[in-house]
Design a protein around this ligand. Structure first.
Ligand SMILES: [Fe+2]
Ligand SMILES: [Fe+2]
Length: 362
């Protein structure tokens, strides 16, 4: 048996020890054979590492190949757009200055230039093109690198998008962006070797990683920043049902900005590419949130987030899991992961076909 990061899990692997949430509730039993949905479920619970059996997983079958081919074609459409080219340039440039500023603060205790960093990031999303949206473009930056810095920038950008969808004021949208940007700042105080360790984290190392919300809060206490920014660093792993950490807060005890960041944080993790596939189809992510997310995240925020994510895919070609191709024509509000898809002259309402699902966006 070995302990590995959830990012390295592959369908077919077997869970070797019961997986427990932070408050010791059973998330997955020993002996469970993993599939794509179960791996994504571990993300939803914020599980970072698990024990798996040593035996190699069986060779995976066709859906993996389909996934990859289809992701590439969607990728190409986004990547060829002039909006994406500009976004990519800005992203690379801003990532450099963000990295420098964060490192200087962590290592030399220098003042954090929140306004300067925020201005760069807001510049990336100021020209609100209808397509591709920021989430689409971020999805295509996923093979960039997997550091705390890219993740933090992504969470800042996703929090910005969500705050706009929540119709917050411009000042509140900026605050949400800043909260996302600095939420994992405490990870900079954790030895680099632990953060980037490819396999086997021992219990001590794991406990150290889970200190990052408190470490972040302490770092930000020495900075002239708004309380919401400190609270988002401290509370983004808290969950509405009290199952999070470090203080097991619940519901309204959690700062509203931390509740926004928590959704952005988990969405970035769930859409991350795995070793065996490209980024996950957004409808699979939505389905996972629908199954288990509403007790853990702010219901109102989550519903608005998911509704808007789904709306960006209206009139988009897709492939169903029975290999039929069609276009997403109607969103079912009661079940966002199951819209109506027009296949030729047939309107397939996925609400009525539990076995069918959207496999990929084309
Ligand atoms: Fe975190
Ligand atoms: Fe995070």
């Amino acid at each position: 048996m070995k302990r590995i990061s959830t990012l390295e899990l592959i369908p077919g692997m077997t869970i070797a020890e019961d997986v427990l949430s932070f408050n010791r509730q059973l998330v997955m039993s020993k002996g469970t054979v993993l599939n794509d949905n179960l791996i994504t479920r571990l993300d939803l619970y914020g599980i970072l590492t698990v024990y798996v059996e040593d035996a190699p997983p069986p060779i995976s079958v066709t859906p993996t190949t389909l996934d990859l081919n289809q992701t590439v074609s969607y990728k190409e459409r986004v990547q060829n757009s002039p909006e994406f080219q500009k976004f990519k340039e800005d992203y690379e440039r801003n990532l450099g200055s963000f990295k420098d500023a964060m490192n200087q603060m962590a290592q030399r205790n220098l003042d954090l230039d929140v306004d300067g960093l925020l201005k760069d990031i807001l510049g990336m999303v100021s020209i609100g093109s209808s397509w591709p949206g920021v989430l689409d473009m971020l999805q295509n930056m996923k093979d960039f690198d997997d550091s705390t810095f890219t993740h933090s920038m992504n969470v800042g950008l996703i929090s910005n998008v969500l705050a706009k969808w929540l119709k917050l004021t411009p000042a509140q949208v900026e605050m949400a962006t800043a909260c996302g940007l600095f939420h994992d700042i405490g990870k900079l105080k954790i030895p680099h070797a632990i953060i980037t360790k490819p396999g086997k984290l021992d219990a001590k190392e794991y406990a150290q990683i889970q200190r990052h919300p408190i470490l972040g809060y302490q770092m930000l206490q020495q900075q002239k920043v708004d309380d919401h920014i400190r609270n988002a660093a401290l509370m983004h792993h808290e969950r509405s049902d009290g199952s999070g950490y470090p203080m097991r807060l619940s519901g309204n005890q959690i700062d509203p900005y931390a509740r926004i960041v928590a959704i952005a944080d988990i969405y970035d993790a769930m859409t991350a590419p795995r070793v065996y596939r490209g980024p996950l189809c957004p409808f699979r992510v939505i389905e996972m949130f629908e199954k288990e997310g509403f007790q853990k995240y702010d219901v109102e925020f989550l519903l608005i987030f998911l509704e808007n994510v789904v709306n960006t895919y209206l009139q988009t070609p897709c492939r169903l899991n029975d290999n039929r191709e069609g276009t997403i024509v109607f969103v079912n509000k009661e079940k966002l992961s199951r819209p109506t898809v027009q296949c030729g002259s047939n309107y397939v309402n996925l609400m009525n076909f539990p076995d069918l699902q959207i496999q990929d966006i084309l």
